[in-house]
Design a binder for this molecule. Sequence first.
Ligand SMILES: [Zn+2]
Length: 429
Amino acid sequence: MRLGSGAAVLRAEASGRDDVRRANLAAVLRLLHFDGASTRSDIVAATGFNRSTVGSLTSELERAGLVRERPGVVRGKGRPSNVVEPVSTSVHVLAFDVTATEVAGARVGLGGYILQVRRRLHAGHPRDVGKVVAMIATLAREMDARAPEGSVPLAIVVSVAGSVRQPDGLVRRAPALGWADVPLVALLQAELESDQGPPFPGAMLITAGNDGDFGVVAEHLRGAARGIQDVLYVRGERGVGGGVVVDGELLKGVGGYAGEVGHILVRPGGRPCACGAKGCWEAEVGDDAILRAVGRDPKESEIDDAISDVAIGRKRAIAGVHKIGSQVGLGLASLVNIFNPGVVVLGGSLGALYPTMEKTLHASLARALGPIREQATLVRSELGPDAQLVGGAEVGFVDLLDDPTGTLAALRGEVDEQGSGVVLESRSS
Ligand SMILES: [Zn+2]
């Protein structure tokens, strides 16, 4: 959903006339966004374009303010190749992560750099949707105001621990938040339009997605599973979220809800789950289960208390986490059997406690079929609590990486000589 509906049409008209040029600019910008600073020679090698084409493309991106060039260092004979790098402060995505305990926000610049992070506890009131929406809007305003002059906001992207309908961002079910059929994106849009802040660009994207999906995208592109094409990501929180990358693509399913690993059955007749069923994986290994296992009351303690109990060597806590580990391994065994991932990334509390539960986890993971188990390497999340912010931001960069100059023109409200002459001055949805 976009703040202004006219912008997408405008961009389609403006960009339709030179698809090849647009695709070539996109290829170069994508390379720089994901690989960082590269020499012109690197770009020639990676894209297969000739030198003069690369020179002309990087110049156009530089004129748009998205990249900068500097002289390279001489290596061997001949002239040094110019180094081209993404300008992290040229554009930014405002990425958010709503969990059962907090709203986290980040301003992420081109190149995937996290330029600013804010975390605010919502202290046990995730059910209060209005409050959460207001927190996101306030943080978005604050972080946007801190962006350097001229940095263009591309998108606001919200990660939610739940099933989020696409493309309208309706949260169908988020058991850990107590949300059902919450029109999160529409509410956020209304909040941003009604507050007194300066208008965001009419063409700015506002969207929401699942925390497990964003997590697996982040770890696959920039984290512990970089370069691995088949990845399973599992995040321990109050609920358990997951995401799957198959052959380099995010697994979506028919409704975009694939990867709800928290609700696979691991113990028939087990603990009641927030979804209404019993014995779901998240009811057995989510944060509340971990707190009970270490001898704490989930109503009075935070997961960090359990993590520090383990860190200071409390025997009861360690034994409790061992128990949890075998239930974690049981769920993972099923998932590994189904998806045959090269890497399994554990995030959230499960990542934090993995070293303690490693033995019992692997003992029950052993029930997965041998050849499949042998290929799956278990690792802790590299991006940790930033994974959802980094992955969500990538969703916000998609349009720019598909059509760098057209997207920028639409966001800046510019119209080129082929355009309709309509200047987008304000939000008009
Ligand atoms: Zn459930």
